[in-house]
Design a protein around this ligand. Structure first.
Ligand code: COA
Length: 335
């Protein structure tokens, strides 16, 4: 068995900044409510004509990650693309990246695990590299939320939270064998699938049915979130899965140099931080600027933390996520 490590990180967010005040012109909400409940000040939205979509943003983030890994697209052996907002119902984003980046006819796999998508995708990449099957796997998390949210008062409980963006990492065979991705831990509990979900268009709610029913109240084609329920489960599962990852490596909370939680809600991150008594400089949050970018949130935060010099060689970096499904997971990395 080999070990794997992250050799390059990259992120891209659209230029268009949307503030809470701007949203309050579209729906009955306000800056104070959004900041108090979520910590979010602004987010990025793709603007019509700016050339972005989910796969294009993924390519922009991936290009930076590849440069930092000193690799060319031709060096990549596999793409794992995590998103809940693909450009097309099928095929997925991975094949679009393969085409746009001029890669070899390598495997391209899409991961559909929403806010845990990046952690799941990273785990998949890790398994392929550890077994020796592949040497360099490109992992992308990218989301175009703004294209599918309800920006009326009816949708305010969801639409103020989510933003657009992409992040990417290159997972490579760890040539010197030191550190790298120590372990990944993944979970699911499908009985809560309806608590945070987008029902259609899907084979349950196919387009002709939606048109025929023309639903006005129970709208199956906008995301639904039972916010309080999600919040309560998130804080429990985040804590559990971080502890699980540390225990598997005989580590303790004191060993953490940097915790990068999925940017679901600043209040969730703060709850976890206080529970583990971690100082501010050991937890990285940037939801204030980008909102919740689902599968993209961890790689965007990881990239920003790395760019700011907050992650150094030898640091113990912990990634943790929770989201729709419910699904959750953690990744323990010796950088
Ligand atoms: C969504 C969330 C911020 C809502 O906060 P909350 O304190 O639970 O608020 P509630 O949903 O109970 O709503 C409280 C009130 O605010 C209103 N409200 C909802 N969204 C609003 C908005 N954007 N602006 C103003 N008021 C809003 C509700 O209608 C409700 O009004 P009511 O009391 O008159 O019925 C919070 O539940 C949360 O963050 N949950 C986790 C979400 C998450 O992390 N999702 C991603 C998972 S990966």
């Amino acid at each position: 068995m080999y070990t794997s490590r992250i050799t390059g990180v990259g992120a891209y967010v659209p230029e268009n900044v949307v503030t809470n005040d701007q949203l309050s012109k579209l729906m009955d909400t306000n800056d104070a409510w959004i900041q108090e409940r979520t910590g979010i000040k602004e987010r990025r939205h793709i603007k019509k004509g700016d050339g972005n979509n989910t796969s294009v943003m993924g390519v922009k983030a991936a290009t930076i990650a590849l440069e930092r890994a000193n690799l060319k697209p031709v060096d990549i052996d596999m793409i794992v693309f995590a998103t809940l907002s693909p450009d097309m119902y099928f095929p997925g984003g991975g094949v679009q990246v393969q085409e746009m980046m001029g890669m070899r006819t390598i495997p391209a796999l899409d991961v559909r695990n929403q806010c845990s998508g990046f952690v799941y995708a990273l785990s998949v990449a890790d398994q392929f590299v550890k077994t020796g099957m592949y040497k360099h796997v490109l992992v992308i998390g990218s989301e175009n939320h703004s294209g599918g949210l309800d920006f009326t008062t009816r949708g305010r409980g969801v639409s103020v939270i989510f933003g657009d963006g992409a992040g990417a990492v290159v997972v490579s065979r760890n040539e010197d064998g030191k550190g790298g991705i120590l372990s990944t831990h993944l979970h699911s509990e499908g009985k809560h699938k309806d608590e945070l979900a987008l029902q259609g268009p899907s084979t349950n709610y196919w387009v002709p049915q939606i048109i025929a029913e023309n639903p006005t109240e129970d709208i199956p084609y906008y995301p639904y979130m039972n916010g309080t329920f999600v919040f309560k489960h998130a804080i429990v599962r985040f804590s559990e899965v971080i502890k699980e990852g540390l225990k598997a490596n005989n580590l303790s909370v004191e060993d953490i140099d940097m915790l990068i939680p999925h940017q679901a809600n600043l209040r969730i991150s703060q709850f976890v931080q206080h529970k583990f008594r971690l100082p501010d400089d050991k937890v990285f949050n940037n939801i204030q600027k980008y909102g919740n970018t689902t599968a993209a949130s961890i790689p965007i935060a990881l990239t920003e933390a790395w760019e700011k010099g907050k992650i150094k060689e030898g640091d113990l970096v912990v990634l943790a996520a929770f989201g729709s499904g419910f699904t959750w997971g953690s990744v323990i990395i010796r950088w």
